[in-house]
Design a protein around this ligand. Structure first.
Ligand code: NAD
Length: 295
């Protein structure tokens, strides 16, 4: 079924996601504050809209893909009053769980349906249409959003009520951030003990140290030829985004009074790394800091 979709936020992720919706046969009205993002989306078949309100006016479904919660709430401020009653609002940005729930409540209050559906898979997944969506939604809203999400991804998981998608995203990325630091510390310790990278990889990748940070995104060059370590840590998943996600996890844990000591430490290490030379590098480049700190 061809739908009219309003798409707000056509950046690195939103641009290719909107292009995949066009390729699936939908009418996509897109808006971005950056003229260059709008121009690129137009080249992919998105109809440019001068404002968020213009993008959503005739929409059946509205998708947002914005940097953070404050951008989402600003965009909803403009879009909610302009959309037809009952429009389905789908936020794919990664935002604070509390802000996701606020955005959802505002949409419902304005007479719409709303859900959070953050993603993993990065720009390659957005381009290939192979993202994983983690969805927080009422059952009926999940069913309505599913075919639209399936046009941009290969896996759509219903995690629970509104906010549960964001919760799953930050918990997963807390595991990833901590495990990348653990793998990096193990390689640096191995180096100091005279152990080759390949030997440690051959053992740990088939033993109890096995994890994605080691076997898919290995922080040293050699054992996994496709990992960013083999191309001077060109991202990949940028350290700045890992710092953002760990900051969201740390904030949620603090609000809940939970002592997630490794999560907080990982958030601090990545915040320092991203504030320095690491921001644009793949998050596995954290190994360079760990190595330098030991000198
Ligand atoms: P981006 O900065 O490339 O794109 C965001 C776009 O939103 C920009 O083009 C900006 O101009 C636009 N924008 C900001 N405020 C706006 C507003 N009020 N109205 C209209 N447009 C507005 O960011 P991105 O890499 O596309 O990431 C988007 C979201 O996806 C973030 O929440 C990020 O954490 C998440 N995410 C990113 C990746 C990744 O690998 N890039 C992976 C998973 C999740």
């Amino acid at each position: 079924m061809t739908l009219t979709i309003g798409f707000v936020g056509l950046g690195n992720m939103g641009g290719p996601m909107a292009a995949n919706l066009v390729a699936a046969g939908h009418r996509v009205h897109g808006h971005d504050l950056a003229p260059e993002a709008l121009r690129q989306a137009e080249a992919a078949g998105v109809r440019p809209a001068a404002s968020a309100a213009d993008a959503v006016r005739d929409a059946d479904v509205v998708i947002t893909m914005l940097p953070a919660g404050r951008h989402l709430l600003a965009a909803y401020g403009a879009a909610l009053p302009a959309a037809r009653p009952g429009t389905l609002f789908v936020d794919c940005s990664t935002v604070d769980v509390a802000e996701a729930r606020t955005a959802n409540a505002r949409a419902v209050q304005a007479g719409h349906r709303a859900l959070d559906a953050p993603v993993s898979g990065g720009v390659p997944g957005a381009t290939a249409g192979s993202l994983t969506f983690m969805v927080g939604a009422a059952e009926a809203d999940f069913a309505a959003a599913r075919p639209v999400l399936a046009a941009m991804g290969s896996k759509v998981v219903h995690c629970g009520p509104p906010g549960a998608g964001q919760a799953a995203k930050i918990c997963n990325n807390m595991i990833l951030g901590i495990s990348m630091i653990a793998v990096s510390e193990a390689f640096v310790l191995g180096e100091s003990l005279g152990l080759s990278h390949q030997a440690l990889f051959d053992v740990a990748s088939t033993a109890s140290g096995q994890c994605w940070a080691l076997t898919s995104n290995c922080p040293v060059p050699g054992p996994v030829p496709a990992s960013p370590a083999n191309r001077e840590y060109r991202a990949g998943f940028a350290a700045a985004l890992m710092a953002k996600d760990l900051g969201l996890a740390a904030g949620a844990a603090e609000s809940a009074g939970l002592p997630v000591e490794l999560g907080l430490k990982a958030a601090q290490l990545y915040a320092d790394f991203a504030a320095d030379e690491g921001a644009g590098l793949d998050f596995s480049a954290i190994i360079t800091t760990i190595r330098e700190n030991g000198k």
